[in-house]
Design a binder for this molecule. Sequence first.
Ligand code: FAD
Ligand code: EPU
Length: 343
Amino acid sequence: MQIQENISLRPYNSFGIDVRAARFASFTSEDELATLLADLSPDKYLILGGGSNLLLTGDFNGIVLKNEIKGITELHEDSEYVYIRAGAGENWHQFVLYCIERNWAGIENLSLIPGNVGASPMQNIGAYGVEIDDVFHSLEAWHITDKKKVTFTNSDCAFAYRESVFKNIYKDQFVILNVTYQLRKKPRFHTSYGAIEQELERMGVQELSIKAVSDAVIHIRSSKLPNPAETGNAGSFFKNPSVSKEKYWQLQTLHPSIVGYDNADGSVKLAAGWLIEHCGPQEGISWKGYRQGDAGCHARQALVLVNYGHASGKEIYDLSEQILQSVNDKFGVMLEREVNIIG
Ligand code: FAD
Ligand code: EPU
């Protein structure tokens, strides 16, 4: 809980950006957090989990508070579900594996997403047809200025695609302490999304299990997403944008190979990776695989921006700005960043 000064944040962000924090402290309990905040306020805070969904564009002149609250507790169960509470500082993937070992189903499709439990509701993490919204029961969070604990149910969080109240109306107001998930005792498999079925077949799986789904997801992810331990990145840099059906038809007439998926509300979600791949810094050159100094656009997944070594956050941000502009110029679609920009 000791406050350190002038700390490099390089080990604490998956982009590997080398900036410094004026002050840095970690906390392992609600009490430690309350004590820290009582001594500090008012200040500029950055609540940090695993640092896998942020881009640091410069030195941080406030205090970084790293959430290290651990612990996994089985609260209770009913005929269908088991209710599991996990500390915000638990590593997400380790938590997924812990649940799979116990045959608690619902988060196997979310295997190998980097980061910690506490950030899972922030942007309603999702992959391969499942999102936190589907398994979320409630969370407890500390209100920084009111200095009290508040409970949020699923509807309080207003989950949407890569969105929750914590990313918009309550931005920077709460520290998530723990999350309770409602996991199924009997699995309901989600294998229709992406290449999961194909991968299960390749693996020779005869009898479906949550472990098999998890292994398939891990394999697919590892084959296309860069490992942050080797190449700095924060996953998808942009969200997949939604457009009206009419706009989609217009685009499809001009670009027959464009990729889009129908949303429940009649709009169409476009694959931003396709849009980015199909434009570039100049005619005939694609952003996909493009490198500008040490900042780049990944060669196997155009939606992922990477740091090849010593890129600054500003260089990666500038590249993202150029990509965003060129996609808008060519397709008339404005991308929105998914990654949290911390300046
Ligand atoms: P951080 O990066 O530490 O924080 C993210 C934001 O949440 C920041 O604004 C931070 O202030 C805030 N925050 C973090 N913890 C707390 C807390 N306890 N209380 C309050 N605020 C908090 N995301 C997906 O949804 N799907 C994917 O498939 C996916 N794949 C990825 C693949 C790779 C290779 C990488 C690098 C990232 C990927 N991501 C994906 C993004 C990222 O893993 C998730 O957003 C993850 O939930 C971030 O967790 P974190 O602990 O690292 O959060
Ligand atoms: N595509 C291209 N070129 C590319 C990349 C993708 O044309 O360079 C097209 C392909 O047609 C592909 C389609 O886009 O079929 C979708 O690609 P992919 O399956 O890789 O998924 P995505 O839409 O790029 C989303 C999430 C990921 C999540 C995967 C799997 C967003 C912003 N991203 O990526 O989440 O893991 O689906 O569900 O919704 C993240 O949020 O950080 C993240 C990695």
